[in-house]
Design a protein around this ligand. Structure first.
Ligand SMILES: NC(=O)C1=CN([C@@H]2O[C@H](COP(=O)(O)OP(=O)(O)OC[C@H]3O[C@@H](n4cnc5c(N)ncnc54)[C@H](OP(=O)(O)O)[C@@H]3O)[C@@H](O)[C@H]2O)C=CC1
Ligand SMILES: O=C(O)C1=N[C@H](C(=O)O)C[C@H](O)C1
Length: 247
């Protein structure tokens, strides 16, 4: 049984992950980290990662970018492999993750579902052939989501730019002089209700459109994906890993 600590145990994903671990015979939940009261989870909970005095095989992080320093301090100090699912990091924070991965194994993906990772491959293939089409990304999420655009939309734009490096992100579009430029990827964030997560990549050409779309129908797919990543990362040497390394 793999021993797990969840950073962000009180959150929507932390709760779904707790349920998935409790239903599995492959994992044991040691404790969680959250500022909130989590009595209903029946789980030993610390306020910050710095206070944790237990040791696990892996830490899974579904929290907030602001907890990054604490989670890296803890995992480096205890030499614990880390799965990062949290989104919303800036370049400085991404740099810290990359530096830490020289010391401990880190699995990092803004989307733990299998389907989105297939979508990324299809998008890259399409971008090679449809290089002069206009590319727009539309993401839709629930009204509680903190960051915009989604981490997955950023990951999709980065994948397109691996193939078409001259393109630049244009977030939203508004104004009296807002005509589309040829070298942009339009990225649009919709927020409402309980939408779990949808990503639609549109390649619009002259008289034809290709759309590649992924719809998440439950949060379980992300939790189960993070557990698959946990099994993978505990067997790795220090380094920076993502879904491409796992499949
Ligand atoms: N990679 C993937 O596949 C997926 C990634 N995510 C990402 O996981 C993260 C968590 O998502 P979700 O569970 O829906 O979010 P919630 O807002 O429901 O939960 C956030 C968790 O982080 C903790 N937290 C710590 N510091 C802060 C802070 N300053 N502000 C807000 N929360 C804080 C919260 O508890 P407390 O404040 O008490 O400490 C809580 O436990 C997000 O970044 C989301 O985008 C979500 C789904 C899939
Ligand atoms: O906050 C969420 O809910 C989700 N966040 C991730 C993202 O920002 O890409 C992944 C998923 O779409 C759900």
């Amino acid at each position: 049984m793999l021993k797990v600590i969840i950073n962000g145990c009180s959150g929507k994903m932390g709760r779904v992950l707790t349920k998935c671990i409790n239903e599995s015979s492959d994992f044991e939940l040691i404790c969680g980290v959250s500022h909130q009261n989590t009595d209903d989870l029946n789980l030993k909970t610390y306020s910050t990662m710095n206070e944790v005095n237990e040791k696990s095989d892996v830490v899974i992080d579904f929290s907030h970018h602001s907890t990054l320093d604490d989670v890296l301090d803890y995992t480096i100090k205890t030499k614990t492999p880390l799965v990062i699912a949290t989104t919303g990091y800036n370049d400085e924070e991404l740099g810290k993750i990359y530096e830490a991965s020289k010391i401990i194994p880190i699995f990092h993906s803004y989307n733990m579902s299998l389907g989105v990772n297939v979508l990324l491959r299809l998008v890259k293939e399409s971008a090679k052939v449809l290089s002069d089409f206009d590319i727009e990304v539309i993401e839709k999420h629930h009204n509680k989501k903190v960051d915009a655009p989604s981490g997955t939309a950023v990951m999709i734009a980065n994948a397109i730019k691996e193939v078409l490096p001259s393109l630049e992100n244009n977030y939203g579009r508004y104004g009296r002089e807002a005509k589309r430029k040829q070298n942009e990827i339009g990225i649009h964030a919709i927020r409402g209700g309980t939408i779990v997560g949808e990503h639609d990549v549109i390649f619009a050409g002259h008289d034809e459109i290709v759309e590649i779309k992924h719809i998440a129908q439950s949060k379980d797919i992300f939790a189960k994906g993070s557990l698959a990543a946990a099994k993978f990362i505990v067997a790795q040497e220090p380094g920076y890993y993502n879904m491409d390394n796992m499949f």
